[in-house]
Design a protein around this ligand. Sequence first.
Ligand SMILES: [Zn+2]
Length: 92
Amino acid sequence: MSGRTRARACPERTCVGCRQRAAKKDLLRIVAVEGACVPDHRGTLPGRGAYVHPALVCLDLAVRRRAFTRALRAPGALDTKALRLYVEQATP
Ligand SMILES: [Zn+2]
């Protein structure tokens, strides 16, 4: 996606947990690395990304729905333990 095709000042993404649209900067980018969901807080990891609010409610919803597996087109279930730990520490 290039900046030319979307003339918005603030790019939006859909949270895979609650399915609500939010500003990209308010969402956490998730990338699948070797069968695990990895938080990409700098937005620099290559590959497909899924976006989720950095909140446990959204994360748990996404895990229950297997939204990461679908969004990241993973061949099997993805490990979300490390990701959950990250979100737990990021949220007070
Ligand atoms: Zn959400």
